[in-house]
Design a protein around this ligand. Structure first.
Ligand code: FES
Length: 169
């Protein structure tokens, strides 16, 4: 039997594929690489377009629907367009909510002229609500890429979010 042709990759770079393959020895099978592969692509592209799903599936030897199932199960991945260079998660769980988490979310979004889940026109910031960030002692808090910002108000948050910030890892 003749094997089907391997589709030409257009979205995944050789470096992304090499990083996915480098993780393979840590996992029991290639299906288990799906989530790490999605994270590798998302970290580079700030979203995982459908074309990338098809290419990840080809790399892992899975059906595209299997990769898409994983992607949509987690609400973490954007698919239609990239999130901002800095992705901000504002905690809305109980400890933060009791200490002004909702006001923090709407207040900081308002300061940047966007709604929750929105991205600023310059593509710098996306602000989203999130569940407990595991830092309840510092409520209300938020995550900006990999930086935990503690005891925030809309004013202190807005001041923090205009500072340069490393990419998410
Ligand atoms: S409730 Fe906000 S960090 Fe836990």
């Amino acid at each position: 039997m003749i094997a089907p042709p391997v589709p030409q990759r257009k979205v995944l770079t050789d470096d992304m594929v090499a990083r996915i393959e480098a993780l393979a020895p840590r996992y029991p099978d290639r299906r288990a690489l799906t989530l790490p592969a999605l994270h590798i692509v998302n970290a580079e592209l700030r979203h995982v377009p459908l074309e990338a799903v098809v290419e990840i599936a080809a790399v892992l030897g899975l059906a595209p629907a299997e990769v898409q199932d994983t992607l949509t199960f987690y609400q973490f991945f954007h698919q239609d367009k990239p999130h901002g260079k800095v992705r901000v998660f504002v905690c809305r769980s109980i400890s933060c909510a009791l200490r002004g988490g909702d006001e923090l979310l709407t207040g900081v979004c308002g300061k940047f002229g966007i709604e929750p889940y929105g991205t600023t026109v310059d593509g710098e910031l996306t602000i989203e609500p999130a569940e407990c960030l595991g830092a309840c002692d510092f409520a209300p808090c938020m995550l900006a890429n990999d930086d935990l910002l503690r005891n925030m108000t809309p004013e202190t948050a807005a001041a923090e979010l205009v500072k340069p910030r490393a990419r998410a890892t």
